[in-house]
Ligand binder design. Structure first.
Ligand code: ATP
Ligand code: MG
Length: 336
């Protein structure tokens, strides 16, 4: 690859921001930044900032510049991108790269322009915006170059996207601006209502990752966590079981199922029969929740399967979208 023609894909996710080149992942950092409030100066970026959450003095703020898949804080996002792009291009950058960055399906023009400008300001020469379901489909090698219908359900941290693709484009799709973080919130709400204890998001997420499930399962050992009594404010230990988490997640999971169902309902019948034959591809970190395939297959009446690269397919696909066999065909479907 020539130095002067560097082309990268970026997945600017609510949870993780990643950079890939020709389908190879180069960088992956949590979309988290630690800021010194007085000077408005960034002190840590990515994993080291994330580890500071809940453990910093008042002079520092831990910021999550993306919310539900879109930029919530422009300046911080831009700084984070600048840092990550420098990591992959090196400090002496002779030629500015071309970048393909993924955005959730259905973003507003204000939201997409913010992404475009942030990436340009962070050092790109040219920026293209690709809708995430299309990037994911390229990243998992779905045959979207044919008139066959393919469906993908990307279950992210901040958003859920369901899309049917054919002939390099999106035929029908929907985005729910809810994702894994809303599952964490549902766990925290459940614990507060049932036990009168407050737990923070990182604790709720840890519970989800360790014992969470989408459908009842053979019980694993319960998990013990520390909560804070709502009334006295004192710490109190609590043991939770998988069955309780399944119960806690019922409502947000229902919303995810409904998002996929709505897309299936508005898909032409010819394509639906392809999807029934081929199954629905599941991607995104939340697709790793045990029992997710089972729940979706049962509720939708269509087989679903977890892809091989659920958390990296979007960034891999965005970077591969520059390939000579793909770029000319998808160009008209990119957001301008
Ligand atoms: N094994 C697992 N079980 C359940 N949830 C998981 C698992 N692993 C990761 N997650 C969840 O996946 C989410 C992150 O997914 P992902 O990396 O796809 O998000 P993202 O791309 O940054 O977000 P988005 O695409 O919504 O902007 C988090 O909510 C995390 O808790
Ligand atoms: Mg994502």
């Amino acid at each position: 690859m020539a130095l002067f023609s560097q082309e990268f894909g970026i997945d600017l996710g609510t949870y993780y921001t990643m950079i890939a080149e020709e389908g190879v992942l180069l960088e992956r950092e949590p979309t988290v930044v630690a800021i010194a409030i007085d000077e408005q100066k960034i002190v840590e970026i990515g994993q080291s900032a994330k580890e500071m959450f809940g453990r910093v003095p008042d002079s520092l703020e831990i910021a999550h510049p993306l919310q539900h898949g879109v930029i919530a804080d422009y300046e911080i996002t831009q700084k984070l991108l600048e840092y990550l792009i420098k990591e992959v291009t090196g400090p002496i950058r002779l030629f500015h790269p071309r970048i393909m960055v993924s955005v959730p399906y259905g973003v507003t023009s204000v939201e997409s322009r913010a992404v475009q400008e942030a990436v340009l300001e962070a050092g790109a020469r040219e920026v293209f915006l690709i809708e995430q379901p299309l990037a994911a489909a390229i990243g998992i090698d779905l045959p979207i170059n044919t008139p066959t219908g393919n469906m993908i359900l990307n279950l992210g941290g901040g958003a859920t996207q369901a899309a049917v693709l054919a002939m390099f484009g999106i035929v029908s799709a929907a985005t729910l601006r809810k994702g894994g973080v809303d599952l964490d919130e549902a766990i925290a709400t459940y614990v507060r209502r049932k036990y009168g204890l407050i737990i923070a998001q990182p604790t709720a997420e840890r519970i989800k990752l360790e014992i969470g499930a989408a459908v009842p399962m053979n019980e694993k050992a319960g998990i013990e966590v520390q909560g804070q009594d709502q009334v006295t404010g004192l710490p109190q230990p609590l043991t939770l079981t998988t069955g309780e988490i399944v119960e806690a997640l019922k409502d947000p999971l229902k919303e995810i199922v409904e998002t996929a169902r709505k897309v299936l309902e508005k898909t032409p019948p010819e394509l639906v029969s392809d999807i029934i034959d081929r199954g629905i591809a599941l991607s995104g970190g939340t697709a790793l929740l045990p029992g997710m395939e089972k729940l979706l297959t049962k509720e939708l009446g269509v087989p679903t399967y977890l892809v091989d690269n659920p958390t990296t397919c979007v960034v891999e696909g965005a970077s591969r979208a520059f390939a000579p066999g793909i770029f000319p065909k998808i160009r008209r479907n990119l957001i301008s």
